[in-house]
Design a protein around this ligand. Structure first.
Ligand SMILES: [Zn+2]
Ligand SMILES: [Zn+2]
Length: 452
């Protein structure tokens, strides 16, 4: 197999892999870097010049995996795009939202490249999106070669898939983004117990050790306890959450706590794309049974919307819980406005529940110490960080030891490590080299062709 990582700076960003299996040319995922702007936020598609792709496979609908898909499809006007059924139900909404955000950024931040694609273009591509249920083997024939593809439940988020590809006598496996623990909304990953010639594994948490006593159920209890303490001392709490998956998970967790009388009575705010996606999760729950999120949760929690216009530095409702995107508190998002309004008072809490890139405002808040000056520069709010900042180990990604255990049971001849920051990939490479001394471990340099 020939492999090129098209993600121009590696790491977690514009995830996209080009594969050549015999005569078949395939791209897996086609993301957009969450914190870059303009054309460089997309993968570098230059190795695809003059190449006619046979197939695009999408592992799941987070933007770091689909955010540049219409750009690729513009260059590849006939290629089909394969994804799971839940992803097929989510992908158009996610892409339209992304186009809308880029239109706004063009106006507000004067980015001439934006939008990288239009709503019309998304509508023109959608006929090529093809759903495949989990566990079904689909034969895919190119002109001179064929493969068989099976999607396996990957946990992580609704629709996430690990991808098994069989080509001639070889078997390959791509983990995509994976979580082996069950979440409240999404089941645990169910990966095959089998030998694979090649394994391509994510490595998001390769540099993260889960502290003892911070298992998922304990962390959920701690989240509820911190929310209660905050409200009881007259404060407000922000839980920044990715719109796709994390927001529904947190709302479902709050709903359980409230039903069992564990969560104090207080208003709960949620806004934007994440709330819209609750309807999609309701649909996926009913039609595919691949999630557990009835829309009724919003009604039971009496979820309120944020006011349309937020005044910088002013909290719309003290004494409330705010479950808002973006998860990384990216500039000008609802969570950015509310974080700016909360950060200066000790009675408030910022409760992080997912991955934050260190260069995003979320990452900087996590790194800051109490009393440090903190500038929310895009809305001109300068404050001293006094609010309690908590990180809950509720990541949607597998622990590193679980990734290594899965790799070992695959008994692969080759492993490729992707989707991790450099220290995370380095730990994975080092550990896998020790545990699998006969296996060739590759940490691919972006845009360099590898024969795996
Ligand atoms: Zn993801
Ligand atoms: Zn990802």
């Amino acid at each position: 197999m020939k492999l090129i990582d098209l993600n121009r700076d590696g790491g977690i960003g514009a995830n996209s892999l080009y594969l050549q299996l015999g005569e078949l040319k395939i791209v897996i995922d086609c993301g957009l870097h969450p914190k870059k702007v303009g054309r460089i936020a997309a993968p570098d598609f230059s190795p695809l010049r003059g190449v006619t792709l046979d197939l695009v496979i999408i592992t799941h609908c987070h933007l770091d995996h689909i955010g540049s898909l219409p750009l690729l499809l513009r260059e590849q006007p006939h290629v089909p795009v394969l994804m799971t059924q839940p992803s097929h139900m989510l992908i158009e909404r996610m892409l339209h939202n992304s186009a809308g955000v880029m239109e706004r950024q063009r106006a507000e931040e004067n980015i001439p490249d934006y939008p990288l694609f239009t709503h019309d273009e998304i509508d023109r591509c959608k006929g090529r999106f093809t759903p495949l249920p989990y566990g079904h083997a689909k034969k895919f024939r190119g002109l001179r070669d064929e493969i068989e593809i099976i999607f396996h439940q990957a946990g992580h988020v609704a629709g996430a898939a690990g991808v098994e590809i069989r080509h001639r006598h070889r078997k390959l496996f791509f983990t995509g983004d994976v979580l082996f623990a069950p979440q409240r909304v999404c089941p645990a990953a169910k990966f095959p117990v089998d030998r694979f010639d090649t394994l391509v594994t994510e490595s998001t948490r390769g540099d993260t050790v889960r502290p003892v006593g911070k298992e998922r159920p304990q962390e959920i209890n701690r989240l509820i306890a911190v929310a209660n303490e905050t409200i009881q001392r007259g404060g407000a709490m922000l839980i920044p959450a990715f719109a796709l998956g994390r927001m529904q998970e947190i709302l479902a967790v709050l709903d359980d706590a409230r039903k069992f009388g564990k969560l104090v009575d207080c208003p709960i705010y949620a806004s934007g794309l994440g709330v819209d996606l609750c309807d999609y999760f309701d649909d996926i729950t009913r039609k595919t049974r691949q999630t557990n999120f009835p829309r009724q949760i919003l009604k039971d929690l009496k979820v309120k919307s944020l006011p349309r216009k937020l005044d910088p530095g002013i909290l719309p409702d003290p004494g409330a819980l705010y479950v808002l995107s973006s998860g990384m508190v990216v500039e000008r998002t609802p969570s950015y406005f509310i974080a700016a309004a909360l950060a200066g008072q000790a009675r408030n809490t910022l409760g992080f529940v997912g991955f934050c890139d260190e260069d995003t405002p979320g990452g900087k808040l996590l790194a800051a110490r109490s009393g440090d000056p903190f500038l929310f520069d895009k809305i001109n709010v300068k404050t001293k960080l006094k609010a309690r900042v908590e990180k809950f180990e509720l990541s949607g990604h597998a622990d590193r030891d679980e990734l290594v255990d899965f790799a070992v049971q695959c008994k692969p001849r080759a492993v490729v490590v992707v989707h991790g920051d450099p220290p995370a990939r380095a730990w994975m490479v080092q550990t896998l080299s020790e545990k699998l001394p006969q296996t060739k471990i590759t940490d691919p340099t972006p845009l360099k062709p590898y024969q795996i």
